[in-house]
Ligand binder design. Structure first.
Ligand SMILES: Cc1ncc(COP(=O)(O)O)c(C=O)c1O
Length: 359
């Protein structure tokens, strides 16, 4: 068996060490006589797995006791509705800043539950930049301000945390755990698992406790932050196996030296790729250099007629899933935590060789 370098945007590559450990423990977890998949979520074995995962996640991000950490279902898309239901009354306004496709989807969903004020929309730049915070038209008394720190499709990322009056809500699906983060600046952070956390199926929500207790009465109980926090995210059966694998990923991250260490590696990875693209006359990245994503690197070839050949030859060379999102075309290399630096080196070497042959 040989594993390829998988540049998928999500579900994305997992660390091989995590897969091996999961494989080892698959039929029987640590003398329990059964697979994690077969355990009661209320039994002591699974409770210990769940508690350890949360403790490691809190340690990695230095999350204080003034925040609850929830392990929910419904994906980040579920949070597009869950956030307004938990944080705002029906007539209230919330501010949204849109820097790409996921932010737009968040706006459309939130609009069913409250009045949305789009404080800034980077559509003018075709979603290739982050609008300057000074230009945002925020509303007085907004219930919260929502933004997408890393737009997975366009590869646009905020490199500082905006300073605003309303509680800050962030969809960190494709950037969480990529480097250290000051969680204390946020009201709510949420992230689907399938990039830097683990397999698809779990959504982690970090919510400041003073924002609990505001859910609308009609909020489904599995979407109610307060009820889920009180029940340890176990009002119903959680996705136990995903929770366990996420816990293995957190242990792996700690073994790598935590977020400062992985952040250094991620910085080197993205520098290598962007430097190569910028130095080439054949490849291009459309994003404003200071707003480029560390995790998702879209790029185009000088001649789009060569896209198919590029993808086929890359796959042959063990470089998989480089096709860009259908809405933007071209290529996209997602280089999350589990992508080793050697994978980026192999991609750059392949791109240089392809340019020499076809450019
Ligand atoms: C930034 C961002 N938000 C939201 C989503 C949607 O996540 P889910 O499929 O878990 O609902 C994605 C998925 O790729 C994403 O990248």
């Amino acid at each position: 068996m040989s594993r390829v370098y998988n540049f998928s945007a999500g579900p994305a590559a997992l660390p091989e060490a995590v897969l091996r450990r999961a494989q080892e423990e698959l039929p029987e977890w640590q003398g329990s006589g059964m697979s994690v998949m077969e355990m009661s979520h209320r039994g002591k074995d699974f409770m210990s797995i769940a508690e350890q995962a949360e403790a490691d996640f809190r340690e990695l991000l230095s999350i204080g006791d003034d925040y609850a950490v929830l392990f929910l279902q419904g994906g980040a898309t579920g949070q597009f509705a869950t956030v307004p239901m938990n944080l705002a009354e029906p007539g209230q306004t919330a501010d949204y800043v849109v820097t790409g496709s996921w932010g737009k989807k968040a706006v459309a969903e939130a609009g069913k539950y409250l009045a949305v004020n789009v404080a800034a929309d980077a559509g003018d730049s075709k979603y290739t930049s982050v609008p300057d915070v000074g230009s945002w038209r925020t509303s007085d008394g907004a219930a919260y301000l929502h933004y997408t720190p890393n737009e997975t499709i366009g590869g646009v990322e905020f490199h500082s945390i905006p300073e605003v009056a309303a509680p800050l809500v962030a969809d960190m699906s494709s950037t969480i755990l990529s480097r250290p983060l000051d969680v204390s600046r946020f009201g709510v952070i949420y992230a689907g698992a399938q990039k830097n956390i683990g397999p698809a199926g779990i959504t982690i929500v970090i919510v400041r406790r003073d924002l609990l207790g505001r859910a609308r009465p009609e909020t489904p109980m599995v979407m109610d932050y307060t009820a889920m926090a009180a029940a340890g995210s176990m009002l119903n059966t959680p996705p136990t196996y995903t929770w366990y694998v996420a816990g293995l990923v957190f242990q792996w991250l700690k073994d790598q030296g935590g977020l400062a260490a992985i952040g250094d590696i991620n910085r080197r990875k993205k520098d290598k790729l962007y430097d190569f693209i910028d130095g080439s006359g054949f490849y291009a990245n459309p994003v404003n250099p200071s707003d480029r994503s560390w995790m998702n690197v879209p790029f185009t070839l000088a001649d789009p007629e060569l896209d198919g050949r590029f993808l086929a030859e890359a796959a042959e060379a063990g470089l998989a899933t480089l096709k860009g999102h259908r809405s933007v075309g071209g290529m996209r290399a997602s280089i999350y935590n589990a992508m080793p630096e050697a994978g980026v080196d192999a991609l750059v070497a392949f791109m240089a060789d392809f340019e020499k042959r076809c450019g």
